[in-house]
Write a protein that binds this ligand. Structure first.
Ligand code: SF4
Length: 414
């Protein structure tokens, strides 16, 4: 749960998870739906899925016995990588094996003045070697947690607390800063001894040293390390999504949600009917494609002009910059959902929020509700840029509920 997520966010999820599935056996019996439901809002949903798959594997294939070494954990359990394996083996089973996470990377790079790209394979391998050598043989779990904690609380990315650091006398980055300070004060006194270069290891193409084009920057001090290659920008994606709404039997609105495939992004989660779009698609074409897609769900023709544009919702996943182009459609009467398609169901607003839906879909519903409130306010009205188009020929005025007959009509013309 803590991968890529802060402790404060995780605590509630962790508590609920452990209450619901206190043992591997209990977790092994859970469904992906239940796991996604509890995980909803935490992001990186594959983590929950893999935890559950791992529990299943331990119970069904390993007779309920957890592997106890980093090597076996990594080999036998799906989704367990080098870090997780090292953390479980050292903390839970006392194996003298190191761990390298983002915090440890920062500490080690500073301790040893490793200035090459810290995400390069050569540096990663060397950091693991260092961690495995440094780990305390008698208390490996405590040592690893201490090293991670040092990175989280003292050797922090910006403004590290070097003065209070318990390992500063071993730290080459700190020593370099101290030497530079000593040099500066000697210079003031008219003496200028040469500053030995701690990065000068004598090897021309050292895979751990900073590139010659990026020398030490005195103004950065120890935060010269670690260095990272520029991140790739997230891939831009556009998806049309439609809040399909109907009046439930008690008059409260209900929404159609459909389940995503069981693999890939947001696997098994529920969402409003959605359709990935080409980047440069014209609005008119976008509507037509979405209308066709909806028709497949509800089994009747949907007029593109009947889709009401709500707005755009941006959600950034780790590697995807997703823009949801949100439309809405109000349906009257009963709609028979095609059981041959992915699972789908009508939910009330409360049920929506307790279902396994992503944060992005919650934002979509929020945008829809905000628009509804605006429409019901006679003074403010709507300021939607593209909404004006949505109210053109064939589209109902905002504030009125759309009738299914207005847009579920047989296609006319050629
Ligand atoms: Fe980090 Fe400073 Fe400690 Fe070095 S002395 S490990 S840079 S906090």
């Amino acid at each position: 749960m803590l991968q890529q997520t802060q402790v404060a966010t995780v605590i509630d999820y962790y508590t609920r998870w452990m209450q619901k599935w206190p043992t591997l056996q209990a977790l092994a019996q859970a469904s992906l739906e239940e796991v996604n439901q509890l995980w909803a809002g935490l992001g990186y949903y594959s983590r929950g899925k893999r935890l559950q798959e791992g529990a299943r594997k331990v119970v069904s294939e390993l007779a309920g016995h957890m592997p106890r070494t980093a090597e076996a954990l990594q080999k036998l359990l799906p989704g367990v990588g080098r870090y997780t394996a090292g953390a479980i083996a050292s903390i839970s089973y006392g194996q003298a094996t190191g761990v390298v996470d983002g915090n440890v990377t920062r500490v080690l790079c500073r301790l040893r003045c490793v200035g090459a790209d810290s995400s390069s394979p050569a540096v990663i391998d060397r950091l693991w070697d260092m961690a495995n050598v440094l780990v305390d043989r008698s208390r490996p779990g405590d040592f690893n947690q201490a090293l991670m904690e040092l990175g989280a609380t003292v050797c922090v990315p910006k403004s590290p607390l070097c003065g209070e650091c318990p390992v500063k006398q071993h730290c080459q980055a700190w020593r370099r800063v101290e030497k530079e300070l000593a040099f500066a004060s000697q210079k003031l006194l008219g003496k200028a001894p040469p500053v030995p270069d701690v990065e000068d290891c004598g090897v021309g193409d050292c895979p751990l040293c900073p590139p010659a084009t990026e020398p030490w920057d005195s103004s950065l001090g120890v935060t010269n390390f670690p260095r990272k290659a520029a991140k790739k920008p997230p891939r831009a994606m556009r998806t049309a999504t439609c809040v399909l709404e109907r009046r439930g039997c008690h008059g409260a609105p209900e929404y159609l949600i459909v389940q995503r495939p069981s693999s890939g992004l947001l696997a098994g989660l529920w969402e409003f009917p959605s359709l990935p779009l080409a980047q440069d698609l014209q609005e008119e074409k976008e509507r037509e494609e979405l209308a066709d897609h909806l028709q497949a769900w509800i089994g009747r023709p949907v007029a593109a002009a009947g889709l009401q544009f709500i707005g755009e919702v941006i959600h950034v996943f780790s590697h995807i910059h997703q823009t949801y182009v949100v439309y809405s459609l109000h349906l009257d009467g009963d709609v028979t959902l095609d059981p041959a398609l992915s699972p789908s169901r009508w939910v009330t607003e409360d049920e929506f929020h307790t279902s396994a839906v992503s944060t992005a879909m919650k934002k979509v519903l929020k945008a829809h509700e905000k628009q509804r409130r605006k429409e019901s306010s006679p003074v403010k009205g709507s300021k939607r840029k593209r909404g004006a188009k949505a109210q053109g020929a064939g589209s109902p005025c905002p504030g009125t509920q759309l009738s299914i007959h207005a847009f579920l009509r047989a296609p006319t013309g050629p």
